[in-house]
Design a protein around this ligand. Sequence first.
Ligand code: ASP
Ligand code: MG
Length: 442
Amino acid sequence: MIVMKFGGSSVADGARIRRVCAIVRARRAQRPVVVVSALRGVTDDLLGLARASLPGDFRLLAALRRRHRSLAAELRVPFGPAAELLLELERLARGISLVKELTPRTLDYAAGFGERLSSRLIAAAFSRAGLASQARDASDCGMLTDGRFGEANPLPEASAALRRGLGRPSRIPVVTGFIGRTRSGELTTLGRNGSDYTAAIIGAALGAREIQIWSDTDGVMTADPRIVPDARPIAALSFAEASELAYYGGKVLHPHTLVPAIRRGLPVRVLNTFKPEHPGTAILAKAPARAAGVQSIAFKRRQTIVSVSNPRMAEGSGFLERIFAAFGRHRIDVDMVSTSEVTVSASVADAARLEPALRELRAGFAVRVERGRAVVCVVGDGIGSTPGVAGLVFAALRGAQVNVEMISQGASEINIAFVVKDAQVERAVRALHGALFGPGPT
Ligand code: ASP
Ligand code: MG
């Protein structure tokens, strides 16, 4: 069997859903399990509705109802099952306005409606087109998670539960991405863009031959095509390369996606719903045979650099430990670290959780915080041992007059990462792409 995941832009409207139906039909013999995202923009609207419900503003509810009702009409499928969910959503919104409280748990409950709605309409559209299908909520077919609302992870028993819930289906399952359920039955989400992760978890549990991530680019690109018009698709990447890219903000895959696939050695293929004949990008356990070199450039915006100084570093051991323990206690992800004799700089995502960690650090050290930064990462197997890559990278940045504020290379053989001002990141990425990949085919 294979898992086919379709993202929000692949299912944004009726014409696109018909396209998806044709793609699935052509692969019917491979026993697909389909995983779907919410219609594009719906998760944002649901989170917006939940927040606006606090002061009693339900306008987004009407917009969501209109959107799904007109999609049902366009697909000529009954609106009833979606309407029922929208009533449940309405009760939730009114509940939020009554209790005037919005917990992470409630936010997850609200956010999860998008996939529950889309899966019902898509399964009905498939069935209407003669492809017998059934909408399934992942939360009801074995996606058991921990209780970290907003960023839940599957529990060890989820694999067996998913096998029981999804094994040997008589109709094609159209499963909600993004959502899961705790042991005690509370709805959770796997984090924004988490549907890829859902697909990989299900693929690993069912032993899929391939996990297909269908989106709107020709696979993983050499850079974000919205910033670099010359960007081109990459035919093949190793698990290690693709993980670095996802982690450092490559837009195509959710960072956790590859973990279950890597564990089971399952190939992942990134494909284009709008060009199904394009081979896309194959992500495989081993680096494909090709010359070592840069494969892609990724970046993450809205990062913060925290620099912690201990004037007595020379005397004090345990300095690093105290810093990282503070980050760890507040569950702050550190991406890059560089140290000098007295200062440790770390780049972190600018999360709300940062403030309490900073308070702790300030009690013992001098702390400098620089916001509005971006981490850029150049990825390719073997670049750490390829002479001249770093030279090319930094010459290109100098040429573009971009100042580099922090550098790390060598932690892994496969990336060079550095920090620049957020305002300069697009310029930096364009200059790098030109220097490393040359002008695109015209
Ligand atoms: N609908 C969710 C989101 O927008 C999950 C996904 O699309 O992967 O984040
Ligand atoms: Mg996505």
